[in-house]
Design a protein around this ligand. Structure first.
Ligand SMILES: C[S@@+](CC[C@H](N)C(=O)[O-])C[C@H]1O[C@@H](n2cnc3c(N)ncnc32)[C@H](O)[C@@H]1O
Length: 357
């Protein structure tokens, strides 16, 4: 992403403090905060890890801007004269639409939303602005991207962007799961997660950790297996994901649910889980996968079982060997589910034969 600061200069005259910089990658956000150069600027993020990175970049440019992490932008209340939304080109379309909607509700009447798009010719943002704000101004197409602005009018009802889908285990009831933009697998149950829950051996009364829970679909499905005497803990670094997991666990009667927001597995007790299931994000040079593997071992009880799904078994298996000493792998739905145990690899659900690598 170009850092959008040049583009911002073309609309800087429309910006009045206090300003909220909504989402955006860490360095572009820090550079924008410098360009805004106004007291009281707040940077909104929905992921704790990303929020920490924004804080680091702000510290490097010597800015004292506050970084606030919440599930929804509109949780900040109607306190800003300007919202600047640096829309990463790779951000989901649905997340962009959601931010335009939510920005309306954090602006004071007469406040301005400025969306910055890295695309040379962006023919989407004006449409989304008009739908929510009624009118939209824009800069001409240019190599630096395009800027769009709109002024907030009267109070209007919040429109929540979300999609429900159904997920089920072969031998379980269908469950309805709500998903929202900005969290993994919007509008559908991920096939990798499906491949994992289908082979995980989970028994009544056990305590399960859904590591990197996203909307919580995996934990909700396994909640049906552990039954009322069991429990499911949901953990994610994304606050919107954890809020969704709470919603979905309540709707699906997940037994004894617990919810943790964390970036380094903090807040999870050692030796407290019988089963850990993980579908980690495969970015940041496997850094999170390493965390999800290495950090898990001490969270498992003796005899505990660990499942991780991947398309890159050659990268994951060595990590598992290093941490657990042994593992087995099963191919399901085009994914590899790597399994390990504290005290040897675990048995498989449904009598499947592992392909050991
Ligand atoms: C591939 S998604 C899987 C989501 C969910 N289990 C599913 O199947 O739909 C990976 C999840 O890990 C979360 N995550 C990334 N880094 C994390 C960290 N350091 N600690 C906890 N969760 C993290 C992401 O926010 C994301 O929800």
């Amino acid at each position: 992403m170009n850092d959008l600061t040049d583009l911002f200069q073309s609309v800087a005259g429309r910006v009045k403090p206090p300003v909220c910089v909504a989402l955006g990658p860490p360095w572009p956000v820090a550079n924008l905060v410098e360009a805004v150069a106004a007291p009281g600027t707040v940077c909104y993020q929905m992921d704790l890890h990303q929020a920490d990175r924004v804080r680091d970049c702000l510290a490097e440019v010597g800015s004292g801007a506050e970084v606030v992490a919440k599930p929804d932008l509109w949780d900040l209340g109607p306190t800003f004269e300007t919202v600047v939304f640096p829309a990463a080109a790779y951000a989901d379309r649905e997340l962009k639409i959601d931010m335009v909607e939510q920005a309306y509700h954090v602006l004071k009447p007469g406040g301005v939303l400025v969306s910055l798009s890295g695309y040379e010719r962006d023919n989407q943002f004006a449409k989304w602005h008009k739908k929510v704000f009624g009118k939209c101004g824009q800069t001409p197409a240019s190599k630096a991207g395009m800027a769009f602005w709109s002024v907030r009018g009267e109070d209007q009802k919040r429109r929540r962007h979300e999609v429900a889908f159904h997920a089920k285990l072969p031998d379980g009831p269908p469950m309805e799961v709500i998903s929202r933009p900005g969290t993994f697998s919007y509008g559908r149950f991920d096939n990798g997660s499906r491949a994992m829950v289908e082979v995980a051996d989970v028994r009544p009364g056990e305590s399960v950790l859904d590591l990197g829970c996203g909307n919580g679909a995996v934990g909700c499905l396994l909640g049906g297996k552990v039954g009322p005497a069991g429990s499911v803990t949901f953990v994610d670094s994304n606050l919107r994901a954890v809020a969704l997991a709470e919603l979905n666990a309540a709707a699906n009667n997940t037994p004894n649910p617990k919810f943790v927001t964390a970036t380094r597995l903090e807040g999870l007790a050692r030796r407290s889980f019988d089963v850990i299931v993980a579908n980690p994000p495969y970015y940041a040079k496997s850094e999170i996968t390493q965390l999800f593997v290495q950090g898990s071992r001490e969270l498992l009880r003796p005899g505990g079982r660990y499942y991780i799904v991947t398309k890159l078994p050659t990268a994951v298996v060595p990590m598992i060997f290093q941490t657990f000493g042994d593992c087995s792998v099963i191919e399901n739905r085009g994914y590899s589910v790597v399994m390990a145990g504290v005290g040897g690899p675990p048995p498989l659900a449904g009598g499947m034969i592992p392909r050991v690598v």
